[in-house]
Design a protein. Sequence first.
Lengths: 560, 230
Amino acid sequence: MSLEKPSRDTELDVGATEDGLDYDALADLLGGHVLDREEHVNAEGFVIRPDEVQDVLSTLRQEVGFDHLSCVTAQEYDDRYESIYHLRKYADPTQELSVVVPSPKDDPHNESAARVYDTADWHEREAYDLVGIEYDDHPDLRRILLPETWQGHPLSQDYNQDQPQIVPLRENANPLQDDHRSEDDPDTMFVNIGPHHPATHGVLHVETVLDGEQIASLEPDIGYLHRCEEQMCQQGTYRHQIMPYPDRWDYISAGILNEWAYARAAEDLADIEVPEYAQIIRTMSAEMCRIAAHMLALATFALDVFGDFTAVFQYGIRDREIVQNLLEDLTGQRLMFNYLRLGGVAWDLPEPREEYFEKVRDFLDGLPHKLEEYHDLVTGNEIFQMRCVDTGVLSRDQVKQYGATGPVARGSGVDYDLRRDDPYGYYDELDWDVVTEQGGDNFSRVLVRMREVEESARIISQCVDLLEDWPEDDREIQANVPRTLRPDPDKEVYRAVEGAKGELGIYIRSDGTDKPARFKIRSPCFSNLQTLPEMSQGEYIPDMIASLGSLDIVLGEVDR
Amino acid sequence: MSSDQTPPAVEDVSTQEARMGDGADDRFNSTLREAFGSTPFILTKFDKFMNWVRGSSMFMLQFGIACCSIEMIHTYAIKHDLDRFGAGVPRASPRQADVIIVPGTIVSKFAPRMKRVYDQMPEPKFVVSMGSCTISGGPFQEGYNVIKGAEEVIPVDIHVPGCPPRPEALIYGVAKLQERVANGESSPVTVKPYELEQFGDLEQDELVDKLASEIDEDDLVMRYNWNDSP
């Protein structure tokens, strides 16, 4: 609820010191498990044997307190495959550790981490799908993004992109067809929800098995929008060619937040300092994006829950139009901004500046009244409350198990916001609060988003004040960056920012050329969507739709 | 007796007024009626009339794929309001729709599903493809998983370029489609490399042989050859 970091009740974990993590203590704790130690830009990497993954990770989780497996990166080198488990702590995300697991080239095998962290389930399926590493002891290792019949693993080195592929259009079989528990029991029924369905927010496919009207089992089937974002970024040069793609991950106007994720990772990789003035512009525009994204989340949620195409939906779009106009004035585009550059931003605020500030202030002044209207219409509505309070409950432990972040985590009382906990930009100089709710249900998640809009407005108004008073001869929007960036070979970095949906992380490994050797996107929606079965088991179908709406997923970011 | 009575004066009453009778208001006197004078008939070809009707009342399919669908939502919603052009009510079911806007990147896994949705729409049906991805694959053209344009899967009437196109551009595209429909024009159906086929009809090469054990003979499959596509 405030910028003060929450104090932990327990004593300090192993290796945690006042000024960061003591990696030597961690290495002592793991003893012979650690074969080698690597320096990554963000943290140290411990190299371990591929058959000791579960031992090492459960030790790190229980004794060191690494409760957040934020990402699993898989990649292929000339002589080996490698999986990297990026560990963090929910209480303090600056304490990071990478666990590096090499596996042999001819037969890439690892022990799976899915028994330790539930979130590793999907992450490892993705690694198997795209890179081709097999994970032993994985509960369900099969393709996740590409069709089942796909031949080859597209991000491995010997993949031939020109070979023809066959995609079947198979009806989904009823997985519980023969599972009639007794003669009196009603039959179960299999229902496909999506991939073309008004309530799935895009092209999500949910395979649902119903027992009466309740959900007996449910599985999200993704990959209907897997458009090879990682491959695209690995083909582009650091300086200019990658920046347009982040806009298209989370495309609900959250473009600048995504661009910032790439900018932050690449700037840390290449040691670029961003001028303060540019940081303020970044902070302001990013928060505008957050408002636009949360407005659409609210609008579509109301559409899901009420079927209300007329009032709340149109109000949400109306307010988005205002924000989009402001962003268009600033960046020149309504949706795909491409505004950040490595080391700064593309250009200064639009002239005349006073007029722009006035427009922004007008919008901010009108916002409290509009939010009140939303509260009257939506959160104060009895029908809405009946649909949302105590449905789709997600406990604090489940959040941590599945690596959920963003409003989903904060709606379950997990006080985790990278803007405060792992500061970047200008956030640590400004006065704002992190919003949390304790309920963990659909209602809390919606409430968190609506209150975050207020906080974003506070941040924007402080940024506007700062920008207005900024001395005219000190408006530096761009650091001095070489025309072609070639970071040192084998430098690795994992950096995350707080996107509209949660922790949006980028892993980059450089190989000395002007293009990244591996570019991995940690998408918040990918992890958040994994919680859907937990939230919906045994609930009614309409509650599942409400849960899906309150998760606020974007398929472009889930599938990348 | 009868000769005493004077015959009623013949007033100068127009046929139109006589037809209306007493006590009727002029609600039927539309400007159109006035233009046609006394005749209650409009003469046109039935085909032409139907085309005009089709163009003026379009039922769109509620169909979102990717980034462009956000701009499509804005086109339907407040400010831009596609309904002004008689094309504003998105239908959730393809059985009720006659125009499909394809808003976004089509990937290998989704293409067969989109084809199925298109097949479910009743004739006559029209396709507006929105954004660069549906023209050529757009920024993702080099991707291993991306279908290079909607035209590979279904016939397209209007292409709206942009990444994403502004709502104004989409409205222009829809208006152009209405114009074409009203004029009775339609796009020629081209033969596409990415076609729905019975599995048994595929050429029995190495890949098909390998998959033959995994895929049911009755399955409908799509086969996409990245080499042959544009």
